[in-house]
Design a binder for this molecule. Sequence first.
Ligand code: ATP
Length: 213
Amino acid sequence: MIGLFGGTFDPIHFGHLRPALEVLETLALHEVRFIPAHIPPHRGTPRIDAAARASMVATAIQDAPGFVLDTLELERDTPSYTVETLVRLRARYGEKRPLVLMMGSDAFNGLPGWYQWTKLLELAHIAVMARPGEPAQPQRFPKGFLEHHTTTCREDLHLAPAGSILRVPVTQLDISATYIRQRLATGASVRYLMPTSLIDYIYAKRYYISSHA
Ligand code: ATP
């Protein structure tokens, strides 16, 4: 079973990395693939281009067992619709292999606004990682949808290639890329919010300093 963790990663931080590790362990995933979005459809243009955000992910996960960078969304010039990414990953891994789309609860709560969102569960399971400040009960889903798909049994995810939603308890880290970008822009420390190797890389490249704002 493979975990798929998409995001802008502008930049990646411990609020991504620690929950991802906990999902990897809890679900006994073969690996977690970090998939930086090229052109995210649901938000403004990232400050740093996709190739550079992917390089930051590579720097952050180097030597991390089970963590892999996947650049498939960088190969397209169109918006990175998750459903299209999953279709391509299905073709890569075949019909039978369980795939788990990993997302924070803020992203999950907005799922009904995503392009062809109901198809996502035909292509993968979804693991939801609670994020501080997000309501536990999403409001926008059609009646009965969550009841139909939600399981509390992680074994269920190994028994089918797609179709289940599971909430995985993770350490609550109130860290966002927005907060990190703001701190870097003002010269404030970001130590203990992200890997030291990545902080050194960001300083060397002079990313996120005010002149780039
Ligand atoms: P920004 O502040 O720029 O909006 P972000 O920190 O929310 O960025 P994204 O790259 O947009 O990071 O998030 C990618 C995925 O990681 C989303 O599914 C999001 O819910 C999840 N995520 C981000 N931060 C956390 C966190 N602190 N805890 C749990 N999940 C998180």
